[in-house]
Design a protein around this ligand. Structure first.
Ligand code: MRU
Length: 352
């Protein structure tokens, strides 16, 4: 086993198309889907071929360029009007992760602010999507390294617990919560990572475990209901999770199950960190009650592969995210430093 990273990039632009790792097929199959139309990009986001807050932002940015390429007018106003429709389609894919809206808005702003012909605006849009992709990668590396300063100083080698997948697959690469894990591993500060399997879609079991194995990071998989027991046994030194949207007061939406994990961590005095880029903070929302929570198909609960788990006549409720109140969060690790949830407003001036 070596410490040398094997980079994973879920969204790559090449041959004039976006190439996405098909995350619905991992870990059994490592394959790519080529996307060259905006409609297909919207479908890929909705069906979670690409998922994770920053990664869907990057994918949507390329989707905006693909849409711009499909618009057959050289009239600037008409072009912008039709581009708004592409933006609308991409915005309708998933409601919770604010990075999606942030990226689309940035692309729209770029189009409005670009002077020149429609052909030139299209070119600027591609450059902006590529820049956003590259920036997210750098941002995640910075988050990982900043996170090191927030982790407990003892013991020398830590055992961290994470939920869902906030790794390279969920970003442009490297990851947020898993970025902290990666940096800790690189610096010799990590004993191992515990990964929650993360029902119902099992992103922890399928994706986080896969990423760790690729890189030789020791990973122990547990089911979601084992976290309290592990903490009671003193097995966990800190929890690090990602975020889909953070309200101005620090309340944080992340994968369903994050909230109960935070309660359990508080009960056992285990520090609980959220790792996210500044683009995940939504200063327009004063608190977490305003964050829209995606509800997904009940099939995700009652069916595993071809197997139906439940009797007929049962009702289902499948919220994909929950909101962890700020008071349960020890610190929010961003690319610009670690903030107490109540201090997030201080970072507002540096959010672009
Ligand atoms: O439904 P998903 O798989 O898109 O949910 C992903 C998460 O909840 C991640 O923890 C979050 O997006 C942060 S990714 C760096």
């Amino acid at each position: 086993m070596t410490n040398s990273p094997k980079p994973v990039y879920p969204v790559i632009w090449h041959n004039d198309a976006a190439s996405l790792i098909d995350q619905t097929r991992l870990p059994n199959e490592y394959s790519f889907v080529e996307i060259s139309r905006s409609e297909d990009m919207a479908r890929a986001i909705k069906t979670m071929i690409v998922r994770g807050a920053p990664a869907i932002g990057v994918a949507a940015a390329y989707g905006m360029y693909l849409g711009a390429r499909e618009i057959e007018t050289s009239n600037r106003d008409e072009f912008l009007q039709q581009l708004e429709k592409v933006a609308q389609l991409l915005r309708s894919t998933r409601p919770t992760a604010v990075n999606l809206f942030w990226a689309i808005n940035r692309m729209m702003r770029t189009a409005y602010e670009s002077i020149g012909t429609v052909a030139e605006i299209r070119q600027t849009l591609l450059q902006t999507a590529q820049a956003l992709n590259a920036e997210d990668l750098q941002t995640c590396q910075a988050i990982g390294d900043r996170g090191l300063t927030a982790l407990p100083s003892t013991p020398d080698k830590l055992t961290l617990l994470t939920h869902c997948n906030a790794g390279a697959l969920a970003t442009a690469g490297y990851g947020t919560a898993l970025g902290v894990v990666r940096s800790a591993w690189r610096e010799g500060r990590l004993e191992k990572v515990f990964a929650d399997e993360t029902r119902p879609r099992l992103q922890g079991a399928k994706l986080t475990a896969w990423e760790c194995v690729q890189e030789g990071i020791p990973v122990t998989l547990i089911t979601d209901n084992m976290a309290a027991h592990c903490m009671q046994q003193g097995l966990i030194h800190a929890v690090v999770v990602g975020a889909d949207r953070i309200a101005a007061n620090g309340d944080t939406a992340n994968k369903i199950g994050t909230y109960s994990l935070a309660i359990v961590a508080k009960a056992h005095q285990v520090p609980f960190f959220v790792a996210a880029p500044l683009s995940t903070i939504d200063f327009e929302l004063s608190d977490g009650s305003q964050i829209p929570i995606e509800e997904r198909n009940p099939e995700e609960i009652y069916q595993v592969g071809e197997t139906i788990l439940t009797p007929t006549g049962v009702e289902f409720y499948n919220p994909a995210f929950d909101v962890t109140p700020a008071e349960l969060i020890t610190g929010i690790i961003t690319e610009n430093g670690v903030f107490a949830p109540g201090e997030l407003a201080k970072s507002q001036k540096i959010v672009s």
